[in-house]
Design a protein around this ligand. Structure first.
Ligand code: NAD
Length: 369
């Protein structure tokens, strides 16, 4: 049984996110009418080896001629060089403005292929087939696409919504355990932002999803997509409410940056988990939320095998972290914008947070207090 979540908003054409099992085998059937007889699947080499043949076979069975274009796996592929190579291949394959490409992979492939689609002949359609939990609950929905530059992550991009998202939870069966847990951090984040009942379920009955139980995973993906898409519908361009989705990201990004974005030491999802724990502890220290809520958030994240204290992943200095946070691209005109919380399920955008208060908090938090 699959669930269809319609996504719509004032600034873009509506599309569906389909969440279910066995969807890759239905790729041709479900996307054939949009593809006009041909397409290119952009993927990475790891995903190509695991799931490329099933995708190609399904398209072929539906009478679609497909080419597979595989980039090296990993963040390094979100580069101008790889973007140029993808666009060059699309030109070589003779795709025109009416064609639609397919992104089969994690957030890296989705961001790269999405940006290529946004730019190719001033914009062609693309379909997301996310293969990591992070991509299913977060990056495949909402239309943000980007590549990195040596000066920072996601600095060059476009808003370009997909025509369809097919999230097949069975594809998560081949995902390394650490990647699954990292995606789970984003699932928990959605509960923390706006849905305490969902968070309660994730903490207990739904917890099996963090170790790959398909039914729990499917429900977690469905609810996460509902939450994210409702926020995106109100604020596609992040003028206000969409910033809530950055819960844990400003603290987390500072930690990632200090570790040189070394995924072996700290994955993005782990950084988000740490950042959520820190945002709740800072909210508690600031008298905004009950310290018990912060302690519970920490316990639930830890039970899912995620880090909650910075010292678990490295040694950091408060001054260095604050500097990174102030330089975060979410900082508006030098003030610190943080996503803080009044309770589990009740996050809000705190503009102009006091840098001194954040500094004092970090000094204490890093010391383990
Ligand atoms: P990723 O795409 O690099 O995938 C992680 C690893 O898992 C890769 O090595 C990949 O080859 C492998 N993999 C993917 N699917 C697999 C599967 N089913 N089985 C086995 N291995 C598989 O990383 P990610 O965590 O999916 O995404 C991170 C990226 O997403 C970052 O670049 C981040 O900036 C971006 N992102 C974008 C948005 C957005 O809104 N556009 C939101 C969040 C994150």
């Amino acid at each position: 049984m699959s669930t269809v979540i319609p996504v719509s908003g004032p600034g873009f054409s509506p599309y569906d996110v389909v969440v279910g099992r066995g969807l890759l085998g239905e790729l041709g059937q479900r996307t054939g009418p949009m593809l006009g007889g041909r397409t290119v699947i952009v993927t990475d080499k790891t995903v190509a080896a695991l799931h490329g043949p099933a995708a190609m076979a399904s398209l072929e069975a539906a009478g679609v001629r497909a080419r597979l274009l595989a980039v090296p796996p990993g963040e390094a592929s979100k580069s101008f060089a790889e973007l140029e190579r993808v666009i060059d291949r699309l030109l070589a394959f003779g795709l025109d403005r009416s064609d639609v490409i397919i992104a089969l992979g994690g957030g890296v492939v989705g961001d790269l292929a999405g940006l290529a689609a946004a730019l190719y002949m001033r914009g062609i359609g693309f379909i997301q087939v996310p293969t990591t939990l992070l991509a299913q609950v977060d990056s495949s929905v909402g239309g943000k696409t980007a590549i990195d530059t040596p000066r920072g992550k996601n600095l060059v991009g476009a808003f370009h919504q997909p025509r369809l998202v097919l999230a097949d939870v069975d594809l998560l069966g081949t995902l390394p355990e650490r990647q699954l847990r990292s995606g789970w951090a984003e699932v928990l984040k959605h509960g923390l932002i706006t849905d305490a009942t969902f968070f309660d379920w994730l903490a207990k009955d739904g917890a099996a999803g963090a170790v790959g139980e398909p039914k729990a995973l499917q429900r977690a993906v469905v609810r996460s997509v509902e939450i994210k898409s409702a926020i995106v519908a109100q604020d596609e361009r992040e003028g206000g409410r969409r910033a809530l989705l950055n819960l844990g990201h400003t603290f987390g990004h500072a930690l990632e940056a200090e570790l040189g974005f070394d995924e072996d030491r700290l994955t993005h999802g782990e950084a988000v988990a740490l950042g959520c724990a820190m945002a709740f502890r800072f909210s508690a220290t600031s008298g905004l939320c009950d310290p018990e809520a912060a302690a519970r958030v920490e316990a639930v994240l830890a039970a899912a095998g995620l880090p909650t204290r910075a010292r678990q992943v490295g040694t950091f200095r408060a001054t260095a972290l604050v500097k990174r946070m102030a330089g975060d691209k979410k900082a508006e005109r030098g003030r610190l914008t943080l996503i803080l919380a009044r309770a589990v399920g009740d996050a809000f955008v705190a503009k102009a947070a006091s840098t001194a208060a954040v500094s004092a908090f970090l000094e204490q938090d890093l010391a383990g207090g």
